[in-house]
Design a binder for this molecule. Structure first.
Ligand SMILES: [Zn+2]
Length: 221
C-alpha cells in the first residue's frame, strides 16, 4: 500500500512538471523584443580562477565551481555553481537566433536561482572554448578534475555589461519557474570550427523560445 501510494505520488509530480513545461506562464528562453528601459543595478562580478572540473552530463558539457566565485546585484549575492552551453542559443534578441549560448547558473544564500546568459555569434575563435573543447570527457561519467588547467568564468563575460532581466524557468524538466534570467546584451564570438566541434557532440540541445505571456523584460541602458 505504501509503495502504491509512493508510485501514485510520483506519477502526480511527474504530471505536474510536464504541465509546467507545457503550460507554464513564465518559461525560458524567450524572444526579447519589447523591453522596459530603466536604470538597473550593475553586475558586480567577483569570479576567481579555479582548477577545471568538467563533465559530460549527458546533454551538454558542464564546468562546475566550488564556492568562492560570486555575483552581486544590488543587495543580493549569488554564488556561481556551474556553466554549460547550448546550441542553438535559446534566448533571442529582436528575433535573432544565436548559434550558441553559455548559461552560468548561480544560487543565492536563500536558494534563489539565477541564470546568466552569454550569447555567441559566429566569428573569431573563443579562447576559453579552445581550452575546454578538447577536454570534454568521452563519456557521461561525472566530473573530471584537471588541477593543471585553470578556468576563469570572467573570460565568459562580454566587455560591455548591460543586460536584460526577466523572470524565467529551468529549461529542462521540471521547468521550475521563478528563476531570475539575466541576458547579456553584447554577444561573444566563437569560430565556425568550434561550433561544429561542439555540435558533433551535442547537436540541438537548446530549448525553443517560449511565450512571454504577461511578463515585462527589463533592460539596463
Ligand atoms: Zn542551460
Amino acid at each position: 500500500m505504501k509503495y502504491l501510494f509512493s508510485a501514485v505520488l510520483l506519477l502526480a509530480c511527474t504530471a505536474a512538471s510536464a504541465n509546467l513545461c507545457e503550460n507554464g506562464q513564465r518559461q525560458s528562453p524567450i524572444n526579447i523584443v519589447v523591453t522596459s528601459r530603466q536604470p538597473l543595478p550593475p553586475l558586480e562580478f567577483n569570479y576567481h580562477p579555479a582548477a577545471l572540473k568538467i563533465a559530460d552530463d549527458g546533454h551538454t558539457v558542464r564546468v562546475r565551481f566550488a564556492k568562492g566565485s560570486t555575483l552581486r546585484i544590488g543587495k543580493e549575492r549569488y554564488t556561481l555553481q556551474q556553466f554549460h552551453f547550448h546550441t542553438p542559443g535559446g534566448d533571442r534578441i529582436a528575433g535573432e537566433e544565436f548559434p550558441m549560448a553559455a548559461h552560468l547558473l548561480h544560487k543565492s544564500q536563500s536558494g534563489q536561482l539565477l541564470a546568466l546568459v552569454v550569447l555567441f555569434r559566429s566569428g573569431a575563435e573563443n579562447p576559453l572554448l579552445t581550452t575546454l573543447l578538447p577536454l570534454i570527457p568521452a563519456r557521461a561519467d561525472g566530473d573530471h578534475t584537471h588541477p593543471d588547467v585553470s578556468v576563469d568564468a570572467m573570460r565568459l563575460l562580454p566587455p560591455i555589461q548591460s543586460y536584460y532581466r526577466y523572470t524565467g524557468s529551468l529549461t529542462a524538466s521540471p521547468c521550475t519557474e521563478g528563476v531570475d534570467w539575466i541576458v547579456m546584451k553584447q554577444p561573444l564570438e566563437l569560430s565556425p570550427a568550434q561550433l561544429a566541434r561542439y555540435r558533433k557532440r551535442y547537436a540541438d540541445n537548446g530549448r525553443a523560445v517560449q511565450p512571454l505571456h504577461q511578463r515585462v523584460v527589463l533592460e539596463s541602458p
